[in-house]
Design a protein around this ligand. Structure first.
Ligand SMILES: [Zn+2]
Length: 185
């Protein structure tokens, strides 16, 4: 059988099961069908019982005839080729979209991990900054205490220096900086 003949032998199911949201089933068909009101098409083995049930539900009748190899098909070779190409194209597109979805999912996982890492790093930096600020405050406080102590020591030194000249010899009240007993005009 040539490739074109093989392609011609492929009839796709044209039934639209409600589960496919108005899209034809598109599985390889085994039968032709014809409704009593004239609609015709191809049906696959899975769809035949669905159509029989549907016929019962709407109180119409549908007849099936098995497809024979080489039987005259209502769908032209060109139309079938187009349908198969469209199906392959849609499948390829679905593959690409699925792949893209997986890539986006991975990127999302990776970004989430990066965000978590950055959040943890920020917490560490914040804690380090808080420790540094506390150390600065403590250092400033110690410096303040030291400055007070230094001022006291300088004051003590100045008082002692005033007393040095008088150490070991008798002093007059004037020399000690005290008021004298005589008053000058
Ligand atoms: Zn089908």
């Amino acid at each position: 059988m040539s490739a074109a003949a093989a392609l011609a032998a492929i009839a796709l199911c044209t039934f639209k099961p409600h589960t496919k949201k108005g899209e034809p089933c598109n599985e390889p068909a085994s039968h032709r069908f014809r409704w009593d009101y004239g609609d015709e098409g191809h049906a696959c083995p899975e769809c035949i019982p669905l159509m029989q049930q549907a016929a019962k539900n709407i109180k119409r009748s549908v007849t099936f005839s098995r497809l024979e190899e080489g039987q005259q098909e209502p769908v032209t070779l060109h139309e079938r080729t187009h349908l198969i190409a469209a199906k392959l194209s849609a499948e390829e597109e679905l593959k690409q979209v699925t792949l893209r979805g997986q890539q986006l999912y991975q990127a999302n996982v990776s970004l989430t991990q990066q965000v978590q890492t950055l959040v943890m790093q920020k917490r560490e930096v914040d804690a380090e900054l808080a420790r540094t600020l506390q150390q600065r405050d403590e250092t400033a406080e110690r410096l303040s205490v030291r400055e007070t102590e230094l001022a006291e020591v300088i004051g003590e030194r100045d008082r002692l220096q005033v007393l040095v000249p008088f150490v070991g010899k008798p002093t007059t009240p004037e020399e000690r900086g005290l008021p004298s007993s005589t008053v000058d005009g």
